[in-house]
Design a protein around this ligand. Structure first.
Ligand code: ADP
Length: 262
């Protein structure tokens, strides 16, 4: 618990710092990119410096992309929670998620039956899903890539929470994203929720995806659980507390089967 509190405070500080620095940094980057472009336009294509300037511009632009992500991370957005049926929320995102992972990877959607409601800002679900899917996509190398999105209900009892530190008893909706990608070694797993931790090449990752997810899930009194095996794949499970009020989704025999997308 202490570790989690510390993590949350650290992320707050990182967010404030990042926001301040990113703004100024972005202004300086525009000057670098702009001047490089001006200088390049004065040169002939055959000039040996021409290629160097192109590289300065392109790395500058990639840096600008990263700073934009940083700013998004730091921005304190207004959260507007609503009572959500997770299956419907995810179904409405499927097109966007398919586009995100590309044509070559199989995307399977397995909505659970009679899923409880949660009280959350749908934009946060959006962020969680987009970040998990980007990571799943990047972890898949070669053919036969497959990503499965699943929902289920779970009751965590005393015995479970005694065995698994960090969990609290209660009813949760579980949102699971699995991939058959490269998986992670223990050493990597230890660090994945750290802001700025990334194993992706320069310009591909910010290391903010999972720390953003962590922040959102904590804010909603939920938990994140990761299971990963090198060369086998990874499953992220997001536990979100069941909405305690009137639960409209618990209609008997609702036809969840219709939602199963191919
Ligand atoms: P980023 O995606 O920008 O690197 P994240 O915080 O989203 O930042 O992820 C941190 C690191 O966790 C990744 O660089 C990668 O090493 C590891 N990781 C996250 N998701 C997966 C996954 N599904 N499979 C394998 N490794 C993963």
């Amino acid at each position: 618990l202490h570790a989690q509190l510390f993590q949350a405070q650290k992320m707050d500080a990182v967010g404030r710092l990042a926001g301040g620095v990113a703004h100024d940094f972005n202004n300086m980057l525009s000057i670098i990119i702009g001047r490089a472009e001006l200088a390049r336009m004065k040169l002939n294509h055959s000039d040996p410096i021409y290629k160097d300037l192109i590289e300065i511009e392109s790395v500058g632009k990639r840096s600008a992309d990263l700073t934009r992500q940083l700013l998004a991370f730091a921005r304190k957005q207004t959260i507007v929670p609503e009572v959500l049926k997770l299956n419907a929320t995810i179904k409405s995102m499927l097109k966007m998620l398919r586009r995100l992972i590309g044509e070559d990877i199989d995307l399977v959607w397995k909505p659970g039956f009679d899923i409880w409601s949660v009280n959350m800002d749908p934009a946060q679900i959006d962020q969680i899903m987009a970040n998990l899917l980007i990571n799943a996509r990047d972890a898949i190398k070669g053919n036969d890539g497959k990503v499965i999105i699943e929902t289920s209900n779970i009751f965590l009892d005393e015995a479970y929470c005694k065995k698994n530190t960090g969990f609290k008893t209660g009813e949760y909706v579980v949102l699971a994203v699995s991939d058959n990608g490269v998986g992670m070694e223990k050493e990597t797993l230890k660090n994945i929720f750290e802001p700025f931790f990334t194993t992706k090449e320069l310009g591909k990752g910010t290391g903010l995806g999972l720390s953003t997810i962590y922040g959102i899930v904590k804010q909603n009194n939920g938990f994140v659980n990761v299971y990963s095996e090198p060369d086998k794949g990874t499953t992220f499970r997001i536990y979100l507390p069941r909405y305690a009020g009137n639960d409209a989704e618990s209609l008997p025999g609702n036809a969840e089967v219709n939602l199963t997308g191919g």
